[in-house]
Design a protein around this ligand. Sequence first.
Ligand code: GLA
Length: 363
Amino acid sequence: MKILVVVLMAVTWAELSGALDNGLALTPPMGWLTWERFRCNLDCVNDPYNCISQNLLMQMAELMAEEGYLNAGYNMISLDDCWLAHERDEQGRLQPDPDRFPSGIPALANFVHGKGLKFGIYEDLGTKTCAGYPGVLGHLQTDANTFAEWGVDYIKLDGCYSSQEEMDEGYPQFGMYLNNTKRPIVYSCSWPAYQNDPNYTAIINSCNLWRNFNDIADSWTSVTTIIDHYGDNQDVLAPLAGPGHWNDPDMLIIGNFGLSYDQAKTQMAIWSILAAPLIMSVDLRDIRPEFKYILQNQRVIAIDQDPLGIQGRRFKKSGSIEFWLRPVTPVDNDNHSYAVGILNRGDSTPTKVIYATLKEKEG
Ligand code: GLA
């Protein structure tokens, strides 16, 4: 214990100043997103149950409200790619695919709001979305206004089909147009994920959250690669996070096919230590109870949502064992409490993450 306290004092928990202050995302956003689980499934004829459609969103919104997710803090549901029609309308405005979204986006947003949830949508800064649908480049103001008129509360703006210069100019501009609508819209950027040497000063000034790294896939290897990225780059990444502005290691894949029960607990634990957005991408219609329990674990969510908003760090790595620490409330006489994650990545025993909150002691 003595050693732990001494080393703790040497860790820097500083946060960068000068970040976006639009009053939103004061704790990491929590919600549900279509992408990792449902991808770009367009086949509503042969696979009506799983295709990207208004029905899918409405079913998930109902389950979020009825099955305890909303109460646990997951208060947003979002479309990802593949909701758009291939052409803009005669006025140059975006429109959804008419077969899969016959009621239109405002009606869907209304339905979602009626369930007590925020409504999110996906677009891309470039000429096209990653899946090839119309992007916002050349239409930034029109599209920001359209989203506000439709009742959008959260936008994920991807970075496919745009150059470094277009991103450096376009992401702040789109953020400005969103602010000008006066509608509170959480702004999720993918800007740094597409650059080798991102200008984080500009990024934290414009975005509420940002993807830094590769897309998550439904596997333990993908989860550990992401954990390593945030551990290996923590001196750059951790100080960027704080109330209103968060690093985004990508969606929770808990409840899908790739993670065991213990691996799923690990993703939830490390994401919470990282002050990560908790964005599920799972079929809530048939999720197993043990995974639902992990996703709704109030004690772990409380760590993720800690109001200090300090991103935790990999404090020690010794063979296959890692110690992760995050300063959290309560703060007593300037001393933080700490959330601790102990991760065993060895092959011979099950991976376990154990939580504890330690009081930092003087000396
Ligand atoms: C990129 C993003 C993913 C998803 C897809 C959609 O790969 O990183 O999260 O939005 O595009 O095409």
